[in-house]
Design a binder for this molecule. Structure first.
Ligand code: PLP
Length: 350
């Protein structure tokens, strides 16, 4: 079976991590600080704080903006439940919006219709490594958290995604663009004040005052592993784009809708649309030995029992979108086999 996603781990990652084990310091944070500085520098953002997941980074970002029960948070429906969880942690109200047809990203028209006096934050994910059109969301006087969990290294108009919003979050989960030993995350901002506020919230031990604090810290071995992965990010992205280019070249006449091939995209996912036949398409590919998947397991409006009629594009994506294997360690023979199998499946199904 060709796996849908896979972390790219090599000896360097392992050796860098062993070094930290040998130091005997697992929770002190010199290596974690180094990862924070490296990410901030790479992205061109002033301040960064490492966490144990993307979800906790998002939770902290929402707390830092003072979010609470009276506030509404705008999010797309076509995203993982982690985003919804973070909003519910602070007790705010999620306002779920439809997406754009071609990019799978949050629809500006839908956001416009859903903005109210209570809108306190817009969370803007860059889905599947394709930058959202950030510019139009910056027009409002509403704080933006960029969710870059799937888009480390992607650029929008030549500038790193994550550097536009008031805050941005990243995930280093096992199968994300880079990983910090399976779980991890980061929150960044040009406001050093916000990041200092967040640091105070996770620095929980031996404090003179008591407020609710959060043990969301990253460990030293995780950070060492992450630094080694970050070194290879340009190479990872190059490989992803190369595979996406190969798929695009070979699948253009297969009868599928292919993903946008835009400057700045990093192809965290390669998502094709199958005219409402995602489930059947996936089953056929699975039988042929390819682990294809729905890129979003179930849209949020379906979990929340909202009217499907208000989410036509998300519904379309849910029924049509199929994510094919794409990752730096995918071999040329495997990519070839995937192309042949997808073509065969198209002939049978479409
Ligand atoms: C993975 C992901 C998250 C959550 O990150 P975790 O590290 O799994 O908590 C949030 N948003 C998006 C868009 C993601 O893909």
């Amino acid at each position: 079976m060709i796996r849908h996603s896979k972390p790219a781990i090599d000896k360097k990652d392992i050796q860098a991590t062993i070094k930290v084990f040998n130091s005997g310091l697992l929770s002190s944070s010199t290596v974690v600080r180094r990862l924070e500085l490296s990410m901030a520098k790479f992205l061109g953002i002033k301040a960064a704080l490492a966490t144990n997941s993307g979800t906790s980074a998002l939770h902290l970002a929402l707390i830092s903006l003072g979010l609470g029960r009276k506030d509404e948070v705008i999010i797309p429906s076509y995203v993982c439940t982690a985003v919804l969880n973070a909003i519910n942690y602070v007790g705010a109200k999620p306002v779920v919006c439809d997406i754009e047809q071609d990019s799978f990203n949050l629809s500006h028209d839908a956001v416009k219709k859903n903005i109210s006096k209570k809108t306190a934050v817009i969370i803007l994910p860059h889905m599947f490594g394709l930058p959202a059109s950030i510019g139009q969301f910056l027009e409002y006087d509403i704080p933006i958290i960029e969710d870059c969990a799937q888009a480390l290294g992607a650029t929008y108009k030549g500038k790193m995604v994550g550097s536009f919003g008031n805050l941005s979050i990243f995930s280093f989960y096992a199968t994300k663009v880079i990983t910090t030993l399976g779980y991890g995350g980061m929150v960044l901002s040009d406001s050093k004040k916000l990041i200092t506020k967040i640091r105070n919230l996770i620095d929980y031990d031996e404090r003179k005052d008591y407020i609710i604090r959060y043990n969301y810290n990253m460990s030293e071995p995780q950070a060492a592993f992450g630094l080694s992965q970050l070194d290879k990010l340009p190479e990872f992205i190059e490989k992803r784009i190369k595979i996406a280019g190969f798929y695009n070249e070979n699948l253009y006449d297969a009868g599928l809708e292919l993903p946008l091939f835009e400057d700045g995209a990093i192809f965290y996912r390669y998502v094709v649309c199958t005219k409402g036949k995602a489930d059947k398409f996936i089953k056929k590919l699975n039988v042929l030995g390819i682990e294809a998947k729905k890129p979003v397991f179930k849209p949020l409006h379906r979990y929340l029992g909202l009217n499907k009629k208000n989410f036509p594009t998300t519904e379309y994506a849910f029924n049509s979108a199929v994510s094919l294997p794409i990752y730096p360690s995918l071999r040329a023979e495997e990519a070839n086999f995937i192309v042949r199998s997808v073509k065969k499946t198209c002939e049978n199904l479409l």
